[in-house]
Write a protein that binds this ligand. Structure first.
Ligand code: HEM
Length: 513
């Protein structure tokens, strides 16, 4: 790839923004962009290189994008590489970079084994009635947005409503508290948390980089983080006071091994305990972030993909009628009474997996090491990683014909056919929740949540993204809309670090007759 002595690969980065979209999410989509245009950037090659090295110094650490499953598997399934320091820096406003997602080595292992029980299938199952309660608030919001006469209701940003749902569900599991983000009076924690999210970005803007390096910025961010922890602390104590054995909150799981299940606020005059609670606060914050960050884009993609595929919607409805009975208004009640019915929805599960295949919500980043090199097919030399942040371009792997036949088609059936069928994906290629020891700890919760969304929405409402309504609304507010399409779709991934749907995924809903 053409390298400039002065600018490194920054000119290629500029080209990406020009060709894709000026507000496209670079780290999430650059690998896929290269895989589509490799012949232009690597004219001397006969196929797309499995790893693309990008020199973006001094804006960021040089990057290496893995575009092949067998390379990514060396990064995730082999040796446990540390997370990139960039992630710790990014998460500083909420967790000071001291959370499960940023840790590695022994420290990570210790916290992961403490926290795993709270996210186990059996524990998440026992939370289902509470999760259903939060999903009912989500349905109430949609009902308020669907007009009486059967027409489409007003346009709203689906990302925001989905993120609020994720935050409220996380609040239940983490400290058993109702945050009411979906109501007009959210709890103070929910409001503060949302404000703090605004401080988080990975930027290539030089002025912002300088401002973010100043002690004043760091002080401001730390002060707000402490305010957030001040809200969280009493909730942790209240959750510890709870006498019931099940379900177990994440806070209880985090503190159990320290035998401080009876910890009381007055004990906090002891600095060791205060330090421990501070560590737990940092850990709990990553669950609010991890859940909301992914769910707020996965729900819009799920709506976008299924709305474009009426056959898929019909199949979901048939499955829900068969398992939950013909009356859609009783679907959530059925699950509340019998959570195990969630295991009897294979097609709905496949829809979730297929959504995450075509549109993975997050990207894996690891720090390259001097003694960690990559084995590349057809090359007698191992490829270096030292000095690079390693990116697993899951979207490229998921859309590669070698791994998934008819890769650009939305085909949930591929997860339902048996091995040997043309559509059956090979082992270790689907990485919607990532593979290996660092795979998503919240995947059981996420799957329950997404199934409940399908149960409560698909038979009750029509839902779709509403770009024409959005443009009209913007014009009414005096703002000119500049429609941009990526791959022929107005919906694409933006965001200054993590993935966000374009314009917050404007959508509308109507009640089904
Ligand atoms: C559809 C929803 C979700 C998707 C697609 C998703 C995806 C992922 C992926 C791909 C990773 C691996 C990241 C890496 O390799 O660096 C991950 C890690 C993680 N996720 Fe999720 N996630 C989802 C929901 C959740 C939820 C609901 C929670 C918690 C409430 C959560 C908490 C975490 C945490 C803490 C990690 C880091 C785990 C570790 O490093 O040990 N996620 N997630």
């Amino acid at each position: 790839m053409k390298h400039s002595f002065l600018f490194g690969h920054l000119l290629v980065v500029r080209q990406f923004y020009k060709d894709w979209a000026s507000d496209a999410n670079f780290i999430q989509t650059f690998g896929y962009y290269i895989s589509k245009h490799w012949a232009q950037f690597f004219p001397e090659e006969r196929s797309c290189p499995p790893v693309v090295y990008v020199d973006v110094w001094p804006i960021a650490t040089p990057m290496a994008f893995s575009l092949e499953a067998y390379v990514s598997n060396q990064i995730e399934l082999g040796r446990s590489l540390p997370k990139s320091p960039m992630q710790g820096e990014f998460l500083r406003p909420i967790s000071n970079g001291k959370d499960l997602n940023c840790m590695h080595g022994e420290e990570w292992r210790m916290w992961r084994s403490r926290l795993n029980p709270a996210f186990s299938k059996s524990n998440i199952r026992s939370w289902v009635p509470c999760v259903v309660e939060e999903v009912e608030s989500f349905v109430a919001v949609l009902q308020g947005l669907a007009v009486e006469n059967g027409g489409w209701g007003p346009v709203f940003q689906l990302e925001k409503v989905s993120g609020d749902l994720a935050c409220d569900i996380t609040g239940r599991i983490v400290v058993n508290e109702q945050f009411r983000s979906l109501s007009s009076r959210p709890a103070p924690f929910a409001r503060l948390y949302r404000r703090q999210l605004e401080e988080m970005e990975i930027t290539m803007n030089i002025f912002k980089l300088i401002w973010r390096a100043t002690p004043l910025f760091k002080w401001h961010v730390a002060r707000r983080r402490h305010t957030l922890f001040d809200e969280l602390r009493p909730l942790i104590f209240a959750s510890m006071d709870s006498t019931t054995e099940q379900p177990c909150t994440v806070a209880q799981s985090a503190l159990k091994q320290d035998a401080v299940t009876t910890i009381k606020p007055q004990l906090l005059s002891c600095p060791v305990d205060a330090d421990l609670i501070e560590q737990v606060c940092c850990q709990l914050m990553i669950f609010f972030f991890g859940g909301e960050d992914a769910v707020s884009i996965v729900i819009p993609w799920m709506v976008n993909r299924s709305a474009a595929n009426s056959e898929c919607l019909d199949k979901i409805r048939v499955e829900h009628d068969a398992v939950l009975g013909p009356d859609p208004s009783l679907g959530l009640d059925k699950i509340r009474e019998s959570p195990h019915l969630l295991d009897s929805l294979p097609y709905s599960h496949a829809v979730i997996k297929e959504t995450l295949r075509l549109n993975p919500a997050t990207i894996t980043i690891r720090e390259g090491q001097p003694d960690f090199t990559l084995e590349i097919k057809g090359s007698d030399k191992r490829w270096p990683t030292d000095g690079f942040d390693l990116f697993d371009s899951s979207i490229t792997i998921h859309r590669d014909e070698k791994n998934f036949s008819r890769p650009l088609e939305f085909l949930p059936e591929r997860y339902l056919v048996s091995e040997g069928h043309e559509l059956h994906p090979p082992k270790n290629t689907w990485r919607g929740f990532q593979l290996g020891p660092r795979q998503c700890i919240g995947q059981e919760l996420a799957t329950v949540l997404l199934k409940l969304v399908l149960i409560s929405v698909v038979r009750t409402f029509d839902a779709e993204l509403a770009w024409a309504d959005w443009d009209t609304e913007q014009e009414r507010k005096g703002m000119k809309s500049h429609p941009v399409c990526v791959d022929g779709d107005r919906m694409y991934t933006t965001g200054r670090a993590t993935s966000h749907p374009k314009d917050g995924a404007p959508a509308h809903v109507r009640t089904r007759c």
